[in-house]
Design a protein. Structure first.
Lengths: 609, 367
């Protein structure tokens, strides 16, 4: 790795890419942008109109002059007016979904659509009333209720007296006094939280840095914030705005990876990349050089967005690992894809998956510390004016850094002639990529450990997706998915090693390799627990999901500590023996290993509960 | 050049049809062998799941009534509590406990026997000032605040009507009808989810078309294809048919699945026709981009830029296409909606003919 060579490849990449953009494309793009801009600005005020004309509101044809609700229908594009009679509506002979008479009685036609129209029309009346009040002269009469909300941390000691009234708010584990950790992201590790109160006047923006004790009653600020303090202006403590802003960081990455995927794929078409491969530079330097401009590009965009929305350094630091993982996943995708079509879907899949994975946890920024599994949470925190500790940063971004490193390392392993320019099946390329990193026994446990971020991500995704299923169904499926993921992480590189003759296909070798893989995985798993303890001492959820419940008895503790080791080694040895016998053997042994693992997990759960 | 000898006799026209069918089959086979279509459907499913997951989550945040058996007790104190109490007791899931002195209320809040304290009193202008003290406890607080907001809005509404009767307001607020138990997901399903599921296959088909043609050009396999007894226009046609046909099929499957899941679709055939017309239009656009752009990066950039742009520019239509889909699905179609469907079908045919004419004028050797 020589910086000068990397810089040269990077310069070449930039000049070549810039050269291919022709003037016609730029002109067309500029023209499109102008048109879209003009139209976009002109329709901005009226909204997209997706719900226009969805429901039909029936009114009595004779009395429609005296019906004040006709104005509501006409003021809201969501409804169209249908002149009919009540008898017709009740008899089902009218197209109307709801019927409203002059005194405000609203009837649905009994269908799901009618009920939805009923609710929507009620909301429309509310909005109409709101508009009426806005033009009133007597503001005190129009806005007769003033609200101020004060959020206050309650002391933990009173938890024993918890009753039905507060248990819903305090969460399910109110008994052990840890429920307060669901505070503002920083959790109970922050000693200053008790007695600390935050005040929001309900004007919609994040309340993170306004630490006023006295509520703003809104009396003096009649000019711009008339609404401030009315009940309608209350917004629940939900970091919506920050979340949308944080989303801004992810959007440009989706465009950059399109270009990045194309440039990697381009090298593979008509053996173009051969010229670089025969140059006196290593493939790592080529990849680093080709990636660098795109990484810098993303960072530049991120920095610009940060400046525009007044974020801090933390936002940039948190966006970096997301960008790296986007690029790493695209790199591997572009090396595996067999055509542009496939590449498009691989990049879209990466976009969708990573956007979801970073976005969903960030929604719960203020709710639970587990939101920190996404670096986007750090950006939301930064935009809300909170800061993160080093432990929180490492916890949040560690998996992303490690994951992108592993993907790049594996990808560079197949950045060579026999994989770049041949139409090999994807599994064969994956096996190649893995085998390129195995040069001896010592690499086996190392790879097991390196796969842990992916296992972690997969398990979290499984939890999130199975969340909706009923528990008696979700739990066994979840355990099955967890076993499959963990067994895969322990055995796939072992299989690659045997398949590419890195190891001798004998029983003894298989036992040794399997033991190493299982033990490596165990060490890695324990290491993540240590990281959790150090980074987030109050993260019980993570422990419940990814580790055994701790007991106080030392003997039990020791047994609980080492039983998983035995399990991991046994199952890894099973699949390693299978892997040494070829593909079918591996498939059979893998199934057996998964079954043993699932059985063990279900057994443990049976014992505990 | 094959296109100079355009086949006219019946035997050669069947041969030409067979040759086109062969290209269609080849196109579909490449999608199947790469499992691209599986990935495409997987992505659509994931997007639909994800957006539904978000909506269900957000709705239950903003409409805690949909969470069963949810009861919270709040303390009410202050000088003027009658209206607040009346409104709070009508609110489902909210119980009140009255405290004569403020200290008692805050003590009850501190020892967790009440979830929040509402301190109501009149200010100098006759307004009801309510001071809410809520715990800083995450999701539970969110639910509580939403409940309290509804209660306070009821109080506000009652106060306004009283003010209107005493002549302080020029126009009285309209009285609110009783709330009905409607599915909170109804609007989302018809205005977001169904348009999404109808349009995603169209955009994906267009993207496949761009990639497929650009790749044949870059790998120089288009050269090989043109050895077949077909003109370039025939090849482009066959590719267009193969990729555009995928979209209405996928949309139809989504609609069947939705109907099967209890979301009735009123005009399914109109929707499938709409998707087919848009697919021909969009795939035609993709083909045109792929034939004129120098490489894939620019083709994809132009194509996705054009799609995003078209979606925004479509707002100037009397109905946004997504709105048209929603109206067909929910059964609120008007004359405009049907007219727009006819226009889209016409545009699809026009795009097909224009592409054909354009390709005929193109020099195949320059590609």
């Amino acid at each position: 790795m020589r910086p000068r060579r990397i810089a040269r490849v990077a310069r070449w990449e930039v000049s070549r890419s810039a050269g291919t953009v022709d003037r016609k494309t730029i002109l067309v793009l500029v023209a499109m942008a102008l048109l879209v801009g003009v139209v976009g600005v002109s329709v901005l005020g009226s909204g997209a109109g997706l719900e226009d004309g969805l429901y039909r509101v029936g009114v009595d044809a004779d009395q429609s002059d005296g019906n004040p609700y006709v104005d509501v229908v006409e003021s809201n594009p969501q409804f169209t007016l249908e002149e009919t009679t009540y008898a017709e509506f009740a008899g089902g002979d009218s197209d109307a979904d709801v019927f409203v008479d002059g005194s405000g009685r609203l009837g649905s036609d009994g269908t799901a659509k009618g009920d939805a129209a009923h609710t929507a029309f009620r909301d429309a009346i509310d909005r109409y009333n709101h508009d009426l009040m806005r033009v009133e002269v007597d503001e005190y009469a129009a806005y007769p209720v003033l609200v101020s909300i004060q959020y206050q941390q309650r002391s933990q000691t009173g938890a024993s007296g918890s009753n039905s009234g507060s248990s819903a708010g305090a969460g399910s584990n109110a008994g052990d006094g840890s429920s307060g950790s669901t505070g503002g992201g920083s959790g109970s590790s922050d000693p200053s939280v008790s007695g600390d109160a935050r005040t929001a006047t309900g004007d919609g923006d994040g309340s993170g840095d306004s630490r006023l004790q006295i509520p703003d009653v809104g009396g003096g600020s009649l000019g711009e914030s008339v609404d401030a303090g009315t009940p309608g202006a209350i917004s629940p403590p939900f970091p919506f705005q920050s979340l949308v802003l944080a989303f801004l960081f992810v959007v440009p990455m989706n465009f950059v990876i399109q270009a990045y995927g194309s440039t990697i794929m381009d090298e593979r078409i008509k053996r173009r990349g051969e010229l670089l491969l025969v140059a006196p530079i290593t493939s790592t330097e080529i990849v680093a050089g080709k990636t660098l401009p795109y990484l810098l590009g993303v960072l530049g965009i991120v920095a610009a967005i940060t400046v525009a929305i007044e974020g801090g350094l933390l936002s940039v630091l948190a966006a970096l690992p997301i960008a790296l993982l986007f690029l790493a996943a695209t790199f591997v995708g572009a090396l595996l894809a067999r055509s542009f079509k496939e590449l498009t879907f691989v990049t879209v899949a990466i976009s969708v998956f990573l956007t979801t994975y970073t976005f969903v946890p960030a929604i719960f920024t203020d709710v639970t510390p587990i939101a920190l599994i996404s670096p986007l949470t750090l950006i939301v925190m930064d935009l809300q004016g909170e800061s993160a500790t080093l432990g929180e940063y490492l916890f949040s971004t560690g998996a992303f850094y490690l994951g992108s490193l592993v993907l790049f390392v594996l990808g560079i392993g197949i950045y060579r002639e026999e994989d770049l320019f041949t139409q090999k099946p994807i599994p064969a390329k994956v096996v190649d990529a893995l085998a390129s990193r195995i040069h001896g026994y010592r690499h086996v446990p190392l790879l097991s450990i390196l796969f842990i971020p992916f296992v972690f991500a997969g398990q979290l995704l499984a939890v999130a997706l199975l969340f909706a299923l009923p528990a008696h169904l979700a739990l066994p499926i979840l355990f099955l998915v967890i076993s499959v993921l963990e067994e895969l992480a322990k055995s796939v590189h072992v299989y690659a090693g045997f398949a590419r003759s890195r190891f001798e296909a004998s029983l003894g070798t298989a036992v040794v390799v399997g033991t190493l893989a299982g033990a490596g995985f165990f060490v890695g798993e324990k290491f993540t627990h240590v990281v959790q303890f150090v980074g987030l001492p109050d993260l019980e959820i993570g422990l419940a999901a990814f580790g055994p419940a701790l007991s106080t008895e030392p003997l039990v503790l020791a047994v609980l500590f080492f039983v998983p080791l035995v399990l991991h080694v046994v199952t890894a040895v099973i699949s390693a023996i299978g892997a040494s016998r070829g593909r079918t053997g591996y498939a059979i042994a893998f199934t057996v290993a998964v079954l043993v693992h699932t059985g063990y997990n279900l057994g443990v759960i049976g014992l505990v509960s | 050049m094959s296109r100079e000898t355009e086949p006219t006799s019946p035997e050669s026209s069947t041969a030409s049809t067979q040759a086109r069918l062969a290209i269609v089959r080849r196109e579909l086979a490449s999608l199947r062998s790469e499992k691209t279509i599986v990935l495409a459907i997987g992505i659509q499913l994931f997007i639909a799941l994800f957006s539904s997951f978000l909506v269900v989550g957000l709705v239950s945040l903003y409409d805690p009534g949909s969470v069963d058996g949810y009861e919270m007790t709040v303390a009410v104190t202050g000088d003027d509590t009658d209206e607040l109490l009346a409104a709070a007791n009508e609110q489902e899931g909210l119980e009140t406990r009255t405290y004569a002195d403020r200290g008692g209320a805050y003590a009850a809040f501190e020892d967790r026997s009440v979830a929040a304290v509402l301190d109501a009193s009149r200010d100098a202008e006759g307004r009801l000032a309510v001071r809410v003290t809520a715990p800083d406890e995450g999701i539970g607080t969110t639910l509580l605040i939403v409940q309290l907001r509804d209660t306070l809005e009821t109080v506000e509404h009652d106060e306004r009507r009283a003010n209107a009767e005493s002549g302080r307001l020029e126009s009285a607020p309209l009285s609110m009808p009783e709330a009905a138990g409607a599915s909170p997901y109804f609007g989302f399903t018809y205005t977001i989810l169904i348009p999404l599921l109808c349009f995603l296959p169209v955009f994906i088909s267009g993207s496949i078309a761009v990639d497929s043609l650009i790749e044949e050009r870059q790998r120089a396999t288009l050269e090989l294809l043109r050895v077949a007894p077909l003109s370039l226009a025939d090849i482009v046609d066959a590719k267009l048919v193969a990729t555009a046909a995928l979209a209405p099929i996928q949309a139809a499957v989504w609609l069947v699945l939705l109907a099967w899941n209890g979301t009735p679709i009123v005009h399914p055939s109109a929707l499938v026709a709409l998707v087919a017309a848009l697919a021909v239009l969009v795939v035609g656009l993709g083909m045109a981009v792929a034939l004129t752009s120098p490489d894939r990066r620019q083709a994809q950039l132009l194509y996705s830029g054009a799609i995003v742009g078209a979606l925004i520019v479509a707002s100037v239509l009397p109905e946004h296409p997504a709105n048209t889909v929603a109206k067909f699905a929910v059964g609120s179609a008007t004359a405009t909606t049907w007219l727009l469907l006819a226009v889209y079908c016409g545009l699809g045919v026009a795009a097909f003919l224009a592409l054909r004419a354009g390709v005929d004028r193109l020099n195949p050797d320059a590609l």
